[in-house]
Ligand binder design. Structure first.
Ligand code: 5GP
Ligand code: ZN
Length: 154
């Protein structure tokens, strides 16, 4: 059961925090983390179980489960911070991953962007194209129908 712990005005940089959420506790310093950088609206800290060295999480200082629960000012702040973190890595190549929902591999219900260094083909995020990226060949007509559906739902 979530517990809305504290509500701060947006101008202070802190939105609603939830003491039932591990990342909200990290934001408040109630549990420790290896913080790398922060802004008024976001904070970046090392992932406790890194996929590769330097794997960092960038999160909003507001409890929101998925991207659509998060007010745009937070989103607008996060990507420049993620870019800055990526620029501080020892390697040039990296992936940014952001999961929404259980079957989409989200385990912590507080929006987070993974910045995962890709030092080599065998380290970092590994996507076996045949197994993990099941691309399909579809017709232009099918693409057109899908595009129309999406536009209609915007
Ligand atoms: P997800 O699977 O939800 O996209 O990613 C959640 C990430 O949070 C995982 O990579 C996991 O290692 C990380 N994580 C979970 N609990 C903690 C924690 O207490 N501290 C830190 N620093 N990372 C955590
Ligand atoms: Zn939270």
């Amino acid at each position: 059961m979530s517990n809305q712990a504290a509500i701060y005005p947006l101008s202070s940089g802190l939105g609603t925090l939830d003491d039932g959420c591990i990342f909200c506790l990290i934001i408040q310093g109630k549990i420790p983390s290896f913080k790398i950088a922060e802004t008024e609206l976001s904070v970046a800290f090392l992932d406790i179980n890194p996929v590769s060295e330097g794997h960092t999480l960038v999160i909003p200082k507001h409890h929101a489960v998925t991207l659509h629960d998060l007010p745009d000012p937070y989103l607008a702040d996060i990507l420049p911070l993620a870019k800055k973190i990526a620029g501080s890595l020892a390697v040039k190549e990296f992936n940014i991953v952001q999961n929404n929902g259980k079957i989409a591999f989200q385990h912590v219900d507080h929006v987070h962007f993974h910045v995962v260094p890709k030092p080599s083909e065998t380290e970092g995020l590994i996507i076996k194209i045949d197994e993990n990226w099941p691309q399909k060949v579809v017709s232009k007509e099918e693409l057109g129908v899908v595009a129309e559906k999406l536009r209609g739902r915007l």
